[in-house]
Design a protein around this ligand. Structure first.
Ligand code: KIV
Length: 278
């Protein structure tokens, strides 16, 4: 936001205060042009570590680095005027100790200009969340299916059915008590997500967690039909931009091969030197 802009950006206390009012609208963004589109309609632009899979073609989020999050984070912050950018802490940047988490979270904030970070984990990350929030780092928590733990969870499964429900509820209460300003519930059964939403004073943001959450988040490339390697059940396609782009690129290739592109209107006519004019 520029110093002269009349728009006050959304900050973590504004998001926390939205509990119980209009649903929070959240999408991921990884570039300035997409952040501008998200900014026009959403409350939060999440620079998710899903960037590794949807933009960089990685098989999971585990290979995402601090440098990648900083680069994409800066691009998104440049595109946000009124929505709030939040940057994911990548795998390996915060789990070792609260001090390691603070070093990397403060770097993400200082080097991107984003006012908040997101990290995965419930009760076992509560001490770290408290350490960060007490030192000026607003934290969005992320519980339920935590993709950075895909190898210990054994896949991208629903988390919180039957005997697991009490643990997910305890995770939600622990991150709230630790000072998180909101919590993402990923692939949590809808009834449990509704009960967690009622039990917490901070907003819940669901992805595959039903309609009773305080807000919803999707990966922007999923909902635009740009990332099609796989499609979780919770993704609704609002556009088929991948198909549109494929048709456009096919048309371009055909026109280049048939020499119908570039046409005269895309070319620059010669200007003859005066001596050659008759
Ligand atoms: O990385 C990401 O995009 C996320 C959202 C799916 C919540 O964490």
């Amino acid at each position: 936001m520029s110093a002269t802009s009349p728009v006050r950006p959304v900050l973590p206390p504004d998001i926390r205060a939205r509990k119980g009012s209009a649903p929070l609208v959240v999408l991921t963004a990884y570039s300035t042009p997409v952040a501008r589109l998200v900014d026009a309609h959403c409350d939060i632009a999440l620079v998710g570590d899903s960037v590794g899979m949807v933009i960089h073609g990685m098989p999971s989020t585990l290979g995402v680095t601090m440098e990648m999050m900083i680069l994409h984070g800066r691009a998104v912050v440049r595109g946000c005027q009124k929505s709030m950018p939040v940057i994911d802490m990548p795998f390996g940047s915060y789990e070792e100790s609260p001090q390691q988490a603070f070093r990397n979270a403060s770097r993400l904030m200082a080097e991107t200009g984003a006012p908040a970070v997101k990290l995965e984990g419930g009760q076992h990350m509560a001490e770290t969340i408290a350490f960060l929030t007490q030192r000026g780092v607003p934290v969005m928590a992320h519980i339920g299916l935590t993709p950075q733990s895909v190898n210990t969870l054994g896949g991208y499964k629903v988390v919180g059915r039957a005997d697991e429900a009490d643990k997910v509820m305890a995770d939600a209460k622990a991150v709230e008590a630790a000072g998180a300003f909101s919590v993402v519930l990923e692939k949590v059964p809808e009834g449990l997500a509704g009960r967690i939403t009622k039990a917490l004073a901070i907003p819940t943001i669901g992805i595959g967690a039903g309609v009773d959450c305080d807000g919803q988040v999707l990966v922007v490339d999923d909902m635009l039909g740009l990332f099609t390697d796989f499609r979780p059940k919770f993704v609704k396609r609002y556009a088929e931009l991948g198909k549109t782009a494929d048709a456009a690129i096919a048309a371009y290739a055909a026109e280049v091969r048939s020499r119908s592109f570039p046409a005269a209107e895309h070319s620059f006519p010669d200007v003859l030197p005066a001596k050659d004019k008759t």
